[in-house]
Every structure is written in C-alpha cells, then in structure tokens.
Design a protein around this ligand. Sequence first.
Ligand code: HDE
Length: 726
Amino acid sequence: MMAKSMKTAGKVKGESPAKAPPLPAGADLPTSYAEAQGNGGETHQTTADAALTMTTQQGVPVADDQNSLRAGPRGPTLLEDFILREKIFHFDHERIPERVVHARGYGAHGVFELTNSLAEYSRADVLGTVGQQTEAFVRFSTVAGNKGSMDLARDVRGFAVKLYTKQGNWDIVGNNIPVFFIQDAMKFPDLVHAVKQEPDRAFPQAQSAHDNFWDFASLTPEAWHMVMWQMSDRTIPRSFRTIEGFGVHTFRLVNAEGKSTFVKFHWKPRQGLQSVMWNEAVKINGADPDFHRRDLWQAIESGDFPQWDLGVQLFDQATADSLPFDHLDATKLIPEEHIPVRIVGTLTLNRNVDNFFANTEQVAFCTQNIVPGIDFSDDPLLHGRNFSYLDTQLKRLGSPNFTHLPINAPRCPVANFQQDGHMAMRNPKGRANYEPNSWGPEGGPRENPEIGFQSFPADVQSTKQRIRSETFADHYSQARQFFVSQQPVEQKHIGDALVFELSKVERVDIRARAVSHLRNIDEGLAATVADGLGLALPDAAKAAKPTLDLPPSPALSILGNGPKSFKGRKMGIFLTDGSDAALFTALTGALDAEGAVWEVVAPKIGGVTLDDGTAVAAKQKIDGGPSVLFDAVAVLPSAAGVQLLARDAPSKDFVSDAFAHCKFIGVGANAKPLFDEARVPLELDDGFVPLAKPKDAKAFVEACRTLRYWPRELKVDLDAASSHAG
Ligand code: HDE
C-alpha cells in the first residue's frame, strides 16, 4: 500500500512513516517557568516572519559575526573588540561540573495522571484526586560513566522523576534496580570510587569489569544481592522505555489524621521489560553510542509516547516486623508476591527537551524533595542521600538559587524570606525580609500549620553510636532468591556476565574472593563461574547468617514480564536492487499495523529500485546499520543482489550477528547464498522464518512478538555447554 501510494511523490521513504503525534496529555499545562509565572514566556524577539537580528548578551545588534576587529586586514586583533571578547568569555565558561555519579543521562517532559486515589493513606494532593494531571520531568542515566560515555555500558540505570505538584516539587530519585549495593551512606564514596575509572590510569570508562570494583565488592558482602542484579540483563536494557523504576527505600505515606503507612514506589513500563545480550551491547556501543537517548527521542518524536504505571506496596508496622529482613535495609526488596503492587497512576513522556542543557543538565533532583503527605523512613542510606543531593546541586549549579531555573522551579506559588545569592531571579519585594514581623498583610508570607508540611512524629529514643543493626546482617538470602527467580537463559546470562567481568580482573585472589560469595548464593552458579575462569572452587565466604531458601519471585524475571507485541520495536529490512516490491509492501504494512518501527538497510544510502520500479530510500547503509541496531531483521535481497552481499563482510556480519543474538530472521526467497557464505545454518531452528511471499509477512511479524528465539542460544554458545546454571 505505502510503496504504491508514495510512488508518485518520488522515492519511497526507507523507514516507518512519521505519525502525527496525538495531542500530548496535559498539553494545557505550563511548558515553561515563564509561562508558569504568567508572562506567557514572552521575549522581546517575537517576530515570526523576519529573521532575528543577532545581538550581544547586552542586546547590542551585531553587524559582523565572521570577523574580529583588527588593525588592517592582516594586522593584530584589537582588545577593543568587545563583541569577540564577550563571545569567547561566554564560550570559556560553557561547562558546569558533570554529576559525580549519573553524569550520562537523558530526559523528557511528561505528565502523571492519578488513576486510583490514595487519599485514605496520604494527604498529598498529587495522590488524592483521580484524573488529576501533574506535570513531570524524567531523567534516565547510567551511573559510572562520564558524560560522554556510551549508553550500553553494563550499569545500573537511574530513573529520576520530578513531579511538579500543587504542594511543591516531589522527586522520586530511583533506579531500575530495587535494591542498592550498600546499607550505609558512609560507604557511598568508596563504592563510587571503586567502580569509576581507576585513579592513576583513568580507565576503564563506564565499566565495572576491573580490579577495583571487584576488590571492593568482594570485601563487601552486603553488595551481593545487587551484584546479582547488576550481572543480570537488567543492566543492559533494550531501551529506557523498557526498564522498571524503583524508589528503593521505604518511605511513608501520612494521611489527614496523621496515620503513617510504609510505602515502596515502583514504575512499571507498559512497553514490557526488554534487554539486549552482552555481545550485542558491546557492538551497539560502537555502532551507536547514543542508542538509548536516540531511541527515547525518536519514540517521543513519532508520537509513540512511553508510559509507566506507578505502583505502590503499602504495609504497616506489624507487616514490617513480620518480614524476614529489615524494611529499612536498602539491600532488600519486598517480593511482589508477598505484598502486591497496587497501580495508582500513569506517567506518560510526551515532549522531548528543546534544550538539553537547560533541562536535562540543569535539572536538580533531591531526595529531600517531598510534599505534605509523604515522609521518610529511617533508612540510613536515604538519610545520607537527603544531605548529598542538595549539597551536590550547589557544586554543580553554582548557586543556592538553582530552584529559580525553569526546570527546577515549582509550578505552585513560592513565598519565603530567602534572598539574594548568585543569579537570584525570584526577588521578594517589600520592606520586611524577616519573620515574625508586625507589618501586617504587607509583611510577607506566614507559616500555615494546617496545610504546611508536618514531619511524622515517629518515636526516637536511643544511644548515640556507630553501629550496624543485627537485622541488616543477612546478605545472601535475597541474592539467592533473585537467582532462582530467573529463567534458565537469564541464569546463563548471569553466569556469563560474572565470568566476563572477573576475567577482566587481573588479581587471581580477587577473582577467587568474588566466587567465594557465590557459594553462599548458588553452588551451581559458583561452580559455573569458577569453571569459566579456570579457577579451583574457593571456600565459601564466611557468612554472618545462613542463606534462607526464599520462594522464587516470578516478578523478578525480565523474560517473564516481557512485551506481548512487536509494537515500538524496530525491524531492519535488508534490500538490494530488484528486491520483491509486493513482499516489501506486505511486510511494512504488517509492521505498521503492529505499531512497529522499520528501517531499510541497503548497500548504498541512496537506496534501491525494487522489481516493480519503485525507488526506496535507505535509512542505513549496510556498514552503518548493523543488525545489532534492530530487534529483528528481514533479509530480502534479489537473486542478483545476494551474490554481491555474499562477498561483503558487513553483510555477512549482519546475518551472523542476528543469528548469534537469537533474533528472529525473515529469510527472503533469494537470501540463502548470503547465509551460506556467513556459515549461518538456516535449517537450525524456527527462529528463521520463511519470507518468500507477501502472505508470509503477517506470520513473521507475529513470530517476532516473542523477544528473541532463546532456544537457539543454548545450542550456539560455547559457554552454554559447561553451564551448570539452570
Ligand atoms: Fe544517588 N546521587 N546517591 N542514588 N542518584 C546522585 O546527585 C547519593 C543512590 C540516583 O538524573 C547525585 O544530582 C548518595 C541510590 C539517581 O540528576 C549525588 C547515595 C539511588 C541520580 C548522589 C546515593 C540513587 C543520582 C549526583 C548513597 C537509587 C541521578 C548528582 C547514600 C534509589 C539524578 C546529583 C539525575 C545522583 C548521592 C545512592 C539514584 C552525588 C550519597 C540508592 C537516579 O548527590
């Protein structure tokens, strides 16, 4: 259909047609601080038809932006050139310090809509009225890498949400993993130092696969639950759109009567959980280091707005006391099977940033940003964070007035007597800048005990001491529970990841010490990893508590919680001159109907001419569009075209990587010589789907709904043979 209808307009586009984005939910919300403040975001430069005149920062019109002021055409540049000096001065100061952790990130605007009221538990306005929409900004990130590092590092993903509620900003500064490496903020600088580049040599970049990280981890038993998550495919997600988010710590909801209920926050992606494979991640980093940010940007740009449901696990003190671990310990989670996740709202990301620096770089999340009706628990890690985030924003943004920046400014009225400081934009007027004062209504804002924030009056009476609670001492039971909750392919990936990481560790004693912890988690896994490293099985690490056999929690598996369709995922369609036009039309039609995205890959970026004379533009030239960039591929060359491809290394890589990464592969009628040359055995399994006639297209797209053809991995991977896992 599409190929025909576009024929008259010239070349057919080599990618999914852009959809007209539906009106974003919450489109009537203020989109900028200026708008929120009521001046409609107006500037003095609003002429729509004429080009704007360039000015200096002082507003002086600029006549020549190409040449500095000199004495004669070849003479010295004059100090008098205030336009040159101002331009270079500003450039010299363009950078601000990158975040000490989570430096690499990408953000988008959105809206949160409440679908189930929590008024019974919390007096927070944002959680009270069903249907109420609240403006949101979300920043996803990796932790260890510097700002310019690659997106597919094996790393935890930050999932930080700012909700601009009517009672002030509420930040849920979470991760895509529900537990953390350490129990006490005191250890955070050590953890981060250990995982980032080693200080003498400044490498490796964005990788935990080095001695310092594993030295620290192997000396820190509390880290091993999170290490299991880190070694799983959770840390190589397919997209930001396919990760879960977790608030990690226990918080409190406090209702109008002052009653407190403990709560853990979850973001559940409507796109389903999806990850890539490690070998694939390594190659994606070369093919497209911006893979995740490009994916998010493109999805939002095309109107395919990603969504997450907000879920809460609610529990009282009695339930907390009955858990086999301490709910204040951030290295533990509460299985969803034990306390179900109640869905209360939906977050939709519907607008890309239009200035990365102003939004994504300057956004300042703070765990201390909570609103009336929400409160902290006594988690010692959370308390350390509450100090750190405010402190770090001063370093990064350079002024206590960072809340005046549009991305950080509350959308509700702000009134207090804080004043002055660098770059103050919100300057109170009037004579009184103190309180109490007797200036009457002119005397400025007053406290309001009725609607103001009240801390939950938890009982505290104890002895001042530096001590870790006994209730924090079980470090392995939930690590084991995580492992046994994984499907066999996922368990294999955990084993492979541990072998990979530890094989980059130079000191054999560190490798052995790491494996000694695995013995307390799963003996099969420990044996697999020791074998993979060529290491004699070490003694088990000394454990403070014996490992409990907790029941598997299916909610912890990615594969058990994947997508149900191919919607929002990407097909690479490999064409040559003379490829079958009817088949191409049928396939792209089936993909469009599924809500999927597709791109044409061809020998030349100029595209190909199909067998009916239709010209199709390519989105990717073959060596710029390797199969790692796609979720599934269709290989549809003509009989003549395939002869050329069969001699071409990138074309052979295209099919052999798709094969190795367990992708579904649509095999065109003429494609066999390419697979033969690449030594890819077409007859091996059902992951190869014949794509000879237009009527085959639908079945192929349906097959692709399953994430990958996993049975293949256990047949083709060398490590699989020796795997004890699963
Ligand atoms: Fe952070 N963390 N963190 N962290 N964190 C920062 O704040 C810190 C922790 C998380 O997109 C910093 O603005 C301490 C857990 C995210 O801008 C800094 C401790 C979780 C982001 C900081 C932790 C997180 C940060 C650096 C141990 C998951 C990125 C820049 C007590 C629940 C936010 C900044 C963004 C960023 C400190 C542990 C998540 C230095 C001291 C646990 C998503 O303040």
